[in-house]
Design a protein around this ligand. Structure first.
Ligand code: B1M
Length: 207
């Protein structure tokens, strides 16, 4: 649609109460957590497309991110099984230069909920940080997330360095611009296009 010319600009970044209330209301009325997530993903896709068309700008992307995080806080309990974390360790981070963390956080949440111990290194994670954490957790699997076509190059470097230093460590890559072909080219062991896929891959590695 069109830019709302009467709305304050930049928008109030603290105003995420609407998302909070709507998430609770949806859960109370029996909407499934995964359905709520799907709806939010559609919203994020829409705001991304508007951004591409210069109809909204970075503050709106931030607002959307804050709203989605508010929703995810309510959904988190539904993804936790209470199962003892014993399947293995999963080290995850968004690659160097990249600050997008919503998809990465979702993967963390779902993997943890499926019984894995998750070590989440956050965003803008340099290769050396991954190497350091792997050397202290030699039995882990690593997950890398990238949301920018530019940071996919950093992702590729990180995969190469991990494989140079720790050939036995398995690496899963994912994020909107990453494809199966790109994952293979980078030398990653697997490509996850969604959090559940990441869980399935981890289970396969275990088998
Ligand atoms: Co940014 N941004 N952003 N942004 N942003 C995109 C990614 C963009 C596509 C928007 C657009 O132009 N249409 C575009 C990238 C273009 C490109 O590279 N081709 C873009 C840009 C350009 C930028 C900036 C450069 C803007 C600027 O400053 N001019 C800037 C870069 C900052 C940086 O990182 N250095 C920037 C900044 C931001 C905000 C900080 C404002 C904010 C992020 C806040 C945050 O994450 N805390 C933001 C947002 C919100 C977006 C969009 C709108 C939404 C991203 C998102 O959270 N999606 C995004 C548009 C879009 O993606 N359509 C966009 C929802 C999330 C659940 O999906 O992360 O894809 P996603 O994760 C999925 C899967 O990919 C998968 O599972 C998830 C669930 O299905 N997955 C994995 C992800 N990681 C995985 C790992 C796995 C397995 C699966 O295994 C390890």
């Amino acid at each position: 649609g069109k830019v709302n010319k009467s709305a304050p600009y930049p928008p109030d970044l603290k105003d995420q109460e609407g998302a909070d209330e709507l998430a609770l209301k949806a859960l109370e009325t029996g909407v499934k957590p995964f359905e709520i997530l799907d709806a939010c993903n559609v919203g994020m896709k829409n705001i991304g497309e508007k951004f591409s068309r210069n109809e909204v700008f970075v503050p709106e992307l931030l607002m959307a991110a804050k709203a989605m995080q508010a929703v995810m806080n309510h959904l988190k309990p539904y993804f936790q099984t209470g199962e003892v974390k014993k399947k293995g360790k999963f080290v995850i981070g968004t690659v160097a230069g990249d600050l997008h963390d919503i998809g990465k956080n979702l993967v963390s949440m779902v993997v943890e909920g499926n019984g894995w111990e998750v070590i989440d290194l956050g965003v803008d994670v340099k290769t050396n940080k991954f190497l350091e954490v792997i050397s202290n957790n030699r039995n882990c699997t690593v997950g890398l997330s990238a949301l920018l076509t530019t940071t996919m190059a950093n992702m590729s470097n990180t995969v190469a360095e991990i494989k140079n230093n720790f050939p036995d460590i398995k690496v899963i890559v994912g994020g909107a611009p990453v494809t199966r072909e790109a994952a293979i080219k980078m030398g990653a062991d697997a490509y996850g296009d969604n959090p559940q896929k990441a869980v399935e891959i981890l289970e396969q590695f275990l088998a």
